[in-house]
Design a protein around this ligand. Structure first.
Ligand code: PLP
Length: 443
């Protein structure tokens, strides 16, 4: 009997909550309900790297609210900061000093984040960065990488999830594939799609299309496109094309900012014009940010009247997100970054060795505190090599649900992120359980 057929991890309270919610919310919860079909566990509370569900089950959380909780749940310093801010009022249509502090904290980490404007999600940050790039260049087309996620905005959802049946155009280049019903053809035409792991083809495409582009958007350690680092070669191809053709290079570090104290770009030799961040910089509260050098960020400057490009929002730079984010970043110091990255190395080494010893056709990828398990014999270098056969896709889902039965939360593609409350104890438990589960499911 496969573990997915003998699911025990979801209790009766979660089952009845899901049945009730499906009546009033299409598909059940907006949250990660689809991750844990047939039934998601409902969270009651979080405590460090653990979530306790409404049936009282303790789950080791490697999903961390979509990788946003770098210090786990209910982290006391963040709670104190939020409480302190909250008692003074939750939102003002006036500036607060908390916004200065968080912008200064980002600038202190990376000089390319000299100035920042805040919003409420990574999606909004990407949308604003693209508008900014258009304002700066007077062009409207963009380029993005195949299979890469940059939020729920139709321009960047192009070719988010192409399949072997539609991923090439008639010239053998990555096609612009519609992700949502109803996305206009004009959007597809105006988004140039680049291969994540083929620098030569990237160079060719950018040579052809470069002068029509406002922006190239890149996440150099893209989660959905394999959870593998981009090659230095590809990074330098885009960097050079952006310089040559006056294209704004946007580094989307919404997840990958956690990879180093300064963020992801310096690890890849990238010198982006604009950087988008979110998730960990909000300490568990809603946030997004666009950062860059002052001369470029001037495109959003509204101090003298109408800006070239507007970027605003009722709850942007609200004092609660600012306070939580500042404390979260203060506690994500160099030693903490290094410790978490070493734990990630240990985790991947142990999983890789476990798979090799067991002789199973599975691999682990990732960098820093991020990891992902793939099923199959091949090396994963990007979206296409990470794309699972239907059999491998089923196995991945079974492994993820079997890990839930082992009280470990992973995302549906079997990826995860470590958080600072974790130690070698949790990392060993994750590795041992994963190897055991993969061995059983693939054996
Ligand atoms: N960009 C990247 C690289 C992401 O991973 C995500 C979310 O996972 C986003 C943008 C969108 O962020 P949000 O969910 O805060 O809108």
């Amino acid at each position: 009997v496969h573990s997915s057929e003998s699911r025990s991890a979801v209790g009766d309270s979660s089952k009845s909550a899901y049945a009730r919610e499906r009546k009033v919310v299409p598909g059940g919860s907006m949250r990660a309900a689809s991750w844990f079909q047939p039934n998601p566990p409902y969270a009651a509370r979080g405590e460090g790297c653990w979530v306790i569900d409404i049936d009282g089950r303790r789950l080791l959380d490697c999903a961390n609210n979509f990788f946003s909780l770098i210090h786990g749940h209910a982290y006391a310093p963040v709670l104190d900061a939020v409480r302190g801010a909250m008692t003074k009022g939750t939102a003002f249509g006036m500036p607060t000093e908390s916004e200065i502090l968080l912008a200064e904290a980002l600038a202190a980490r990376n000089p390319r984040m000299e100035q920042t404007r805040f919003c409420n999600s990574g999606t909004e940050a990407v949308l604003a960065a693209i508008k900014g790039a258009r304002g700066l260049t007077g062009r409207h087309r963009i380029a993005k990488f195949e299979g890469c996620y940059h939020g729920a905005y139709d321009w960047v959802e192009v070719s988010l999830d192409p399949t072997p049946a539609n991923w090439d155009d008639e010239n053998g280049n990555p096609a612009s594939v519609r992700c949502n019903a109803g996305t206009p053809d004009t959007v597809l035409r105006d988004v140039v799609v680049l291969p994540y792991d083929d620098p030569q083809r990237c160079a060719d495409i950018l040579r052809r299309e470069g002068t029509s582009l406002a922006a190239v958007i890149v996440d150099p350690h893209a989660s959905r496109a394999g959870t593998v680092p981009m090659s230095r070669e590809t990074a330098s191809v885009i960097q050079e094309a952006c310089r040559r053709d006056g294209i704004i290079l946007i580094a989307d570090e919404v997840i990958s900012f956690r990879l180093s104290y300064e963020g992801a770009s310096p690890l890849f030799g990238l010198e982006p014009d604009l950087i988008t961040t979110a998730k960990i910089i909000g300490g568990g509260l809603p946030i997004g940010a666009v950062s860059g050098r002052a001369n470029l960020m001037a495109v959003f400057d509204h101090s003298a009247g109408k800006p070239k490009v507007s970027m605003g929002g009722t709850f942007s730079a609200n004092p609660l997100s600012m306070a939580a984010g500042l404390t979260s970043l203060e506690h994500y110091s160099r030693p903490v970054v290094d410790r978490l990255n070493s734990l990630g190395d240990l985790l991947r080494t142990r999983i890789g060795k476990g798979f090799a010893d067991a002789g199973v056709a599975a691999t682990v990828t990732g960098m820093g505190s991020l990891f992902r398990v793939h099923v199959g014999p091949g090396k994963v270098t990007g979206y296409r090599s990470a794309f699972p056969t239907s059999e491998a896709g089923n196995l991945i889902r079974r492994i993820q649900l079997a890990m839930l039965d082992e009280n470990v939360l992973l995302t549906p593609n079997c990826s995860g992120a470590l958080s600072s409350p974790m130690t070698e104890v949790e990392v060993s438990a994750i590795a041992d359980k994963l190897v055991r589960v993969v061995r059983r499911e693939l054996g």
